[in-house]
Ligand binder design. Structure first.
Ligand code: GDD
Ligand code: MN
Length: 353
């Protein structure tokens, strides 16, 4: 059970699970990303009285998918279920999921909102439409027939998970999709309907970043096998930076008659700064720098980019003048070397990956 600020829900869910799982042997493992509201401490308090309740507390880490992966790998049980810690999933379904999994020899049973008998409760029209669209894209991508490949409520055999664990991307929160899209022995699976309940306490953590995380997961599962996803996003921003550069340069030099050297310098500074901020909200949406941390971030980004620009020019001129490489190939080689340098250095020093 992944949790972030669920102190009001955790204890309730433990009680509900005890009722639902009565007669089965189980343990409840919370994976808490050091929630400021003290979820982990509350869970440990209960764990002190009931050894079946455990807490894996992660420090300095965030992420629903990685939390769930680490939690699933931390149990010795042959079967593991993933359920949100906010009472939105229907825990009363677990014994039936377990029965089907074991008696029918399945590897994976998915709690589904989109098969007959399931539902999404009181979601807004917009969220329903967004979810349907994403579900269709996701289904295509994972090559799955599942009606609800984005479900966060499912049960599987831990050995089937371990078969795939090394191939999981861990990006974002669509872990089921990640599992389905990762190569491995075929999974025998089934969907069972459930009604997604309204949240009673606390807030959803996924609303702002869902789209970017989804985009990143799709890239990770396609081109991500060959090139790091963040590098692709970084390069897209870089391409945009060239456009910004040209607009500023043209405006100053052509329209206002400013000297070329000054125009080019200002255009470079503007483009670098724009790239820094766009990368900060787009490429690194999941580790965005805020407040005063923007200052060292911007400085290190500009420093890295300046060296990258020198390397770019150096490589291009060297190829062009010493080897007679055709001009656009020389330029492209320079751009690739510069971009790779910028990406690697800013990942390390600006966003501290
Ligand atoms: N450890 C950890 N770290 N837990 C997290 C994090 C995190 O960074 N972010 C969210 N959680 C926990 C929440 O505390 C909650 O228990 C659960 O993960 C789901 O988060 P919500 O913020 O409530 O997500 P949601 O309700 O919008 O979406 C959920 O349901 C959908 C439908 O099944 C998720 O499970 C989605 O993946 C799922 O598609
Ligand atoms: Mn929720």
């Amino acid at each position: 059970m992944p949790t972030f600020n669920e102190v009001e829900n955790a204890e309730r869910l433990i009680h509900r699970l005890a009722r639902a799982l009565d007669g089965l042997e189980y343990e409840i493992l919370f994976v808490d990303d050091n929630s400021p509201d003290g979820t982990a401490a509350a869970v440990r308090e209960i764990g002190g009285r009931d050894a079946r309740v455990r807490c894996l507390q992660r420090i300095g880490r965030r992420g629903l998918a990685t939390a769930v992966i680490e939690g699933m790998l931390a149990t010795t049980a042959p079967v593991v279920a993933v359920i949100d810690g906010d009472l939105q999933h229907d825990e009363r379904l677990l014994p039936e999921m377990y029965r089907q999994l074991t008696e029918d020899g399945l590897d994976l049973v998915v709690g589904s909102r989109y098969v007959a008998g399931g539902g999404v409760g009181d979601w807004s029209e917009a969220r329903q439409r967004g979810s349907k669209l994403a579900t269709r894209i996701a289904g295509r991508m994972a090559g799955t027939e599942l009606a609800d490949p984005m479900s966060g409520f499912f049960m599987l055999r831990t050995d089937a998970l371990r078969d795939r664990a090394a191939g999981l991307s861990g990006v974002g929160y669509k872990l089921l999709l990640d599992i389905l899209a990762t190569p491995g022995p075929a999974l025998k699976l089934r969907e069972v309907p459930y009604e997604f309940k309204a949240r009673e306490h606390g807030d959803s953590k996924l609303d702002n970043k869902v789209l970017l995380e989804f985009l990143e997961l799709i890239l990770a599962k396609s081109v991500g096998r060959y090139v790091p996803v963040k590098f692709i996003m970084f390069s897209l921003v870089g391409a945009l930076g060239v456009v910004v550069h040209m607009i500023v340069l043209a405006t100053l030099f052509r329209s206002f008659g400013v000297g070329f050297g000054i125009s080019q310098t200002v255009a470079t500074l503007v483009a670098m700064t724009a790239n820094f901020f766009i990368n900060n909200v787009f490429t690194y949406f999941d580790r965005r720098l805020r407040g005063w941390k923007l200052v060292p971030g911007w400085l290190s980004f500009c420093a890295a980019s300046s060296v990258g620009a020198l390397a770019n020019v150096g490589v291009a001129v060297f190829l062009f003048e010493s080897f007679g490489t055709i001009w656009y190939a020389s330029a492209l080689a320079g751009v690739i070397v510069g971009a790779t340098w910028n990406y690697a250095v800013t990942a390390l020093y600006t966003w501290k990956i």
